[in-house]
Design a protein around this ligand. Sequence first.
Ligand code: RP5
Length: 170
Amino acid sequence: MSAGAKVAILMGSGSDWPAIKDAYVTLRKFGVEAQVKVQSAHRTPDGAAEFARTAASRGLRVIIAAAGGAAHLAGVLAAHTTLPVIGIPVQGGALNGLDALLATVQMPGGIPVATVAVGKAGAVNAALLAVQILALSDPALQAAMEKHKASLRDSVAKADAELQAEIAKL
Ligand code: RP5
């Protein structure tokens, strides 16, 4: 794993990577190192459990888990670690991600998984949530998150100014 990785991004299949890449890219924008790995709750159940059991002792602080269909990966990892687990339901398949959303979000009491949106927004938000968790004990990351929020405010203000200008011409 990348030395010093604080976040792991696990996905149920290599086929999930295109949907999940934005999580990795977002973490990198904040300078957060991440380990990316394929592990399946169903195809490699022992590997997934072992990964989660040893994650904290290897310096990881947050686990992001993405899976589609019968998406049990985030829940299985959460069962084997005390680290916060963020679940990304992967869009696709016969039910277009609704199955993955319900499988990821409907955890039994006692084992939380912080489930983010289906699709690209979910991948980005999983990374941002991981950064926010790390930022609790990292002032530099906290400052970077403030900058991110400011850039969102700026982009909305710009979009609104453009809209008002267009409306004024009607
Ligand atoms: C899930 O099944 C994976 O996370 C993936 O989204 C889906 C399909 O996997 P493949 O059949 O493409 O490997 O476990």
